[in-house]
Design a protein around this ligand. Structure first.
Ligand code: HAM
Length: 424
């Protein structure tokens, strides 16, 4: 065995969560769980290890190149999942005969991607996934977007602090078709255009040329990205465009759900995953200083790709990294100062049993109790209680045991009440 000192840092790109970090993480996870429940989604889960074959797609997506993979001792080709959607598709396909569609499922999945590390991007993150499988109507999209908006509200994000940018890949497909670009080139064109902002336009042009596009179609493709409004898009696509109709319906329904103030049409939202077929969306902070808060869309063909029956589906992935960066900046240490429960201490060994009995009684009553494990001087006890997470403190001395009552002190306001000590 090597005797070299072990680094105390986590592996590059991975995170440790100390108790103070967990306050932030719980704030986010609690909102995800509550919003899922409020919108009637059922929880599911799966192992972080998947078969590499399920995850790999030959589409030139960034995510396929970022997979952490390995062989197990029996030579199976395995991977740490970079996203949850293929696993969900596999699980749905496995039960296709017995599920009552549409299903509404959610999970918080840890995902791994060997990314170039930048702000908002780690090599491991937790991702809230909500998916509706088996529903064609745009009501499914709105339900998911409204649940995400509800989660953001629960975390303390004001409604005017972010926007959900919405587009439809089917609209882009119609417009590309009008410019003479055949459907077989569309997936590659989508992935190339999604790189806008990450690489320069000349590099995108090279990708489009490599796909076999001539300079005139390339020029017209870039022109499409200048479209600003849904009316302009409709003027190009035609009034009977099904893709425009679905977007209009989405905006109408958003009004009903009270989230229309946060939705904007944005033709540049394309998404970097190949499986999306129709409406796609990404949420950003209003100043666009951070990476996407969440992203998702409709993927009506993925179930067939993994071998299942054709099944429409729509879903979202909402990571914990970007939102925690935003919340920390917006809320300062508000979240980190959350105190609850009561600390119980005692002055001498003789009061230990009284303290333990009180702790047991309070816990039975449903309170969170942090009982000291040894006797402490009053100053030591109150210093420890104040530095901890308890909101209140009870300190038992010899006189308290004799009287059978003790004071319960609020550590913030210093207000005191008297409580009875349980009798042996
Ligand atoms: P995605 O856009 O690749 O979509 O990821 C969704 C979200 O996960 C991002 O918006 C971001 O919040 C977070 N995220 C992704 N990669 C990282 C990273 N390296 N570090 C930190 N956060 C990250 C998907 O994964 C789709 N499977 C979502 C989906 C579900 N579509 C339909 N259902």
């Amino acid at each position: 065995m090597s005797t070299a000192p072990v680094s105390f840092s986590p592996v590059r790109g991975m995170r440790d969560f100390y108790p103070e970090d967990m306050l932030w993480r719980n704030r986010v996870f609690d909102a995800w769980r509550s919003a899922s429940a409020a919108f009637g989604f059922q929880p599911y889960d799966a192992c972080v290890v998947e078969s590499l074959e399920l995850l790999q797609r030959k589409s030139g997506e960034e995510v396929s190149e970022q997979i952490y993979h390995f062989e197990d001792k029996s030579g199976r080709r395995l991977a740490l999942r970079p996203e949850m959607t293929p696993t969900l598709a596999r699980m749905i396909a496995a039960r296709r005969g017995s599920l009552a569609f549409p299903v509404k499922w959610f999970t918080t999945a840890q995902c791994f991607r060997y990314e170039r590390m930048t702000r908002g991007r780690k090599r491991e993150h937790y991702q809230w996934n909500m998916d509706i499988v088996g529903e064609q109507a745009v009501t499914a999209e709105v339900e998911i977007l409204a649940a995400a908006a509800a989660a953001l509200q629960m975390m303390g994000m004001p409604d005017d602090s972010y926007k959900i940018h919405v587009n439809n890949r089917a609209l882009l497909a119609e417009l590309l078709h009008n410019t003479g670009i055949l459907p077989e080139h569309h997936p590659a064109v989508f992935l190339a255009l999604d790189k806008r902002g990450k690489i320069n336009d000349e590099e995108i042009e090279e990708l489009l040329k490599a796909e076999g596009l001539g300079s005139e179609p390339i020029r017209r493709t870039f022109e499409l990205l200048e479209v600003q409004t849904l009316d302009q898009a409709e003027a190009l696509a035609g009034q009977d465009s099904p893709a425009v109709r679905r977007l209009r319906e989405l905006f109408t329904l958003a009004r009903l759900y009270g989230i229309d103030d946060r939705l904007v049409f944005d033709i540049s939202v394309i998404r970097g995953l190949a499986y999306y077929t129709d409406i796609v969306f990404e949420a950003f902070d209003i100043g666009r200083r951070f990476r996407a808060i969440f992203g998702g869309g409709r993927y009506d063909n993925l179930l067939t790709t993994v071998g299942g029956d054709p099944t429409p589906a729509v879903g979202l992935g909402f990571g914990d990294v970007v939102i925690m960066e935003i919340l920390k900046e917006m809320l300062g240490d508000q979240a980190a100062s959350a105190r609850s429960g009561v600390a119980v201490g005692y002055m001498f060994q003789e009061q230990r049993d009284a303290a333990m009995r009180l702790a047991r009684k309070l816990r039975t009553d449903g309170e969170q109790v942090d009982v000291m494990l040894t006797h402490l001087k009053p100053k030591q006890f109150f210093a420890r209680a104040s530095a901890g997470t308890s909101a209140e403190a009870v300190f038992i001395g010899p006189d308290d045991v004799a009287k059978g009552v003790v004071r319960r002190k609020n550590l913030d306001t210093r207000a005191e009440t008297e409580i009875r000590l349980p009798i042996a």
